[in-house]
Design a binder for this molecule. Structure first.
Ligand SMILES: [Zn+2]
Ligand SMILES: [Zn+2]
Length: 340
């Protein structure tokens, strides 16, 4: 099969590699779409510590089952599926207490040790393969993996009705966190981004308060919930200052591992501010499939480009230029297309 291979930091190529074969409890999937994500670029740039090279990137996957192992009975060839990339040991102290996203042997296919799905075919354990309801658009279903991360983010926030939510960043994750806020009971949601193209995307998915700076919002006393989806230190420092007394700040965006941000310990103490991290997926994949099928996202306004495997370099260039919305690779496609 044809696959993108990251040989080492900064080095990638489109190669002919052997087809993967499913083990007894594994499923072989013909990849329809795979989202290109900031994590893929960190992996390519050698900035993601768990990565072992060479690796086929790609962890936001939808496709059609091609074959199944001889002990798989509940998924069959022809099923349309979404693939959870999370691989955990099931044995360490974190797995034992139900926090397997913090597993000591944590592996994400396409980002850590196991090959991912920027390829014609990919293989996954049957427990990671989720059948899609008929009404779900197959290529757009590659948004289910990031949606499952967003749902995990909300799982970690205190659940109170009628709160005001501020989201930094109108990329894919920011748009998802903002779209989920009303479903989590928010009285209002405000999205801040410096990039006007991204702010237009936020308006298109239905966010009413879309600003280039939180200074422009008339929000006396701050926000009950502030979520950083940028990983940018300036945004994080700004956001920490805008949490209302008794409120919560969530670090959702991926900052460089050596970055540090300044905050006021006095404000954390005196205003009883909670700071919560959220990493990847935990028990949220099946719910993401159901919420996606129920229309929780304006998915049709979120995917802007579909690239062929041959045009992977163009996809990387488009990503690094910060243009477009969610970019996808469609390994079965013959020509690349601009969707939005
Ligand atoms: Zn991702
Ligand atoms: Zn574990």
């Amino acid at each position: 099969m044809r696959a993108i291979v990251f040989a080492g930091p900064g080095s990638w190529s489109l190669e002919e590699v052997p087809d993967p074969a499913p083990g007894p409890r594994e499923v072989l999937v013909r990849v329809e779409a795979v989202g290109l994500c900031g994590t893929d670029v960190h992996v390519l740039d050698g900035e993601f510590a768990p990565t072992r090279y060479p690796i086929i990137p790609g962890h936001e996957t939808s496709g059609v089952v091609e074959a199944v192992g001889d002990q798989v009975g509940d998924i069959a060839p022809g099923d349309r599926v979404s693939v959870d990339p999370t691989l955990t040991c099931g044995e360490c102290r974190f797995c034992a207490v139900g926090r397997s996203n913090l597993c000591e042997e944590w592996d994400g296919s396409g980002v850590a040790r196991t090959n991912g799905s920027t390829a014609e075919l990919t293989v996954a354990p049957v427990r990671n393969v989720h059948r899609l309801p008929d009404e779900v658009d197959l290529p757009l279903a590659a948004l289910i993996e990031p949606l499952s991360c967003a749902i995990h983010g909300y799982d970690l926030l205190p659940r109170r009705m009628g709160e005001h939510v501020l989201v930094y960043g109108a990329g894919t994750m920011g748009l998802m966190m903002a779209q989920l806020a009303p479903r989590a009971g928010a009285a209002s949601v405000t999205v801040v981004d410096r990039n006007p193209t991204r702010l237009a995307a936020a308006r298109e998915v239905g966010i009413e308060r879309v600003l280039t700076s939180a200074d422009d919002a008339d929000q006396i006393g701050g926000w009950d919930v502030v979520i950083d989806c940028t990983g940018a230190v300036a945004a994080i420092e700004d956001g920490l200052r805008r949490v209302r007394r008794g409120g919560v700040f969530q670090q959702f965006g991926v900052a460089p591992a050596d970055a540090s941000a300044r905050f006021s310990p006095f404000a954390i103490y005196n205003d009883e501010i909670s700071v919560v991290g959220s990493m990847a997926v935990l028990h949220s994949y099946g719910r993401a499939v159901e919420m996606f099928a129920a229309g929780a996202l304006r998915a049709d306004r979120m995917v802007s480009h579909a690239f062929t495997l041959d045009d992977y370099g163009d996809a990387l260039d488009t990503f690094r230029a910060g243009s477009g919305r969610k970019l996808q690779i469609r390994p079965q496609a013959k020509v690349s297309s601009v969707l939005l």
